[in-house]
Design a protein around this ligand. Sequence first.
Ligand code: NAP
Ligand code: MG
Length: 477
Amino acid sequence: MTFEYADAPESTSVVTVKSNYRHFINGEFSAGTAGEFATINPATEEHLAHVAQGSTQDVDRAVSAAREAFTKWSAMSGSERGKYLFRIARIIQERSRELAVLETLNNGKPIRETRDVDIPLVAAHFFHYAGWADKLEYAGMGPNPAPLGVAGQVIPWNFPLLMLSWKIAPALAAGNTVVLKPAETTPLTALLFAEICQQADLPPGVVNIVTGDGSTGKALIEHSGIDKVAFTGSTEVGRQIAQAVAGTHKKVTLELGGKAANIVFDDAPVDQAIEGVVNGIFFNQGHVCCAGSRLLVQESMYDNFMELLYARVNTLRLGNPLDKNTDIGAINSAAQLAKIKELSIAGDEDGATRWTATCELPAKGFWFAPTIFTEVSQSHRIAREEIFGPVLSVMTFRTPDEAIEKANNSPFGLSAGIWTEKGSRILQVASSLRAGVVWANTFNKFDPTSPFGGYKESGYGREGGRHGLEPYLKVGA
Ligand code: NAP
Ligand code: MG
């Protein structure tokens, strides 16, 4: 049963949403040359602000600023660079409530997540890489590690500030300067981060933020003045980027989509596994590249497990993302909602059985109720394509070999989960899975010390930890 909770809304008074936001270039906010676009709150469809649309000229100005700043920034000692990063990390902690509320307003994800997951992890990433800045020679990358130059970084909307931190913190620690383009639907926390750079007295031009749509991202990654491309987003755009930079001197990392298998064996601690499966697919409305969107349940426990799963999912609270009791927030955009609906209908048409949680959807905003498909076969689109929403596809298996084969039967290879009491089985299954991250008896755990990245169509390169420095360094020069 679900208890009635009183409303517990977080106050929005901690953050001032401005009516207009401009690019952050060379340490200052400046108008662009290509007009502006509107950004909204996806939970209410209310207008939040106008944001500058980045043109080729704006990108060019930002790259020039980053190039000029590179000379001094790269010559600075690692411990001096580290001081700036520690300062930024501390200011993020001090202003965490403001950042969390703004992220929730612009993204639609619950305040419980921005407050307890996104923003603490953002600070943790800056602290982690601040610590590396003066230890690059000990990172095991080879002799005389040196920065590459200017990094062009393009990020998606699902973890706006967290993806920014994954990109900017290692780049700066290694002595590079950056131009970053946030996603069109979620630019606001990146621009608040720009204010934090000013507050931290970061030298002008070390961090530049140019807002805009896909065309701005394209102009950035194709700019001849950058030395490194770091992209997180869809496999489709990742492919275009790989083509665009082929034959240039630019170093590339691509963090793309996923279709993770979450494998539950019949000896698994059931209550924990239920929580892990729920967290795996319904955390952040399933807008997670490593979401456990394919559940593989051992046949011998299937009926019992599914009954418990439906009961648990029915207790999830969907609604106002600013309410501290909310588990499921809004879908980030009308376009993403349309994509989720389209793939769910494909699930019906392919012959899978749809179950939907009993919850009321708010009248305004973009919403999709937690959904589970059973009787899914491996050839169904909902078993193969990334839905990037709160939709779980369930399949069964009898033996560990069958589980491994089904888990690996995917064009993606970003993450996977294993639930079992047996340590030897965890090791054996984990080493047979073609996935960059494998969680055992947990899921969606992120830590700045741990590398993250994919196999196959999930991209290449690693972010996080010591490994996350490698894409921003050249060695042996
Ligand atoms: P997307 O369309 O690929 O967009 C990602 C970013 O690229 C956005 O800033 C986007 O701008 C920009 N962009 C679009 N077209 C571009 C182009 N031709 N050249 C350069 N930049 C371009 O992906 P999305 O829909 O925003 O995000 C969802 C996808 O990201 C999912 O597939 C998900 O799995 C993946 N993802 C992967 C990871 C990971 O670490 N592996 C993490 C998060 C998300 P606009 O915002 O204007 O479209
Ligand atoms: Mg897009």
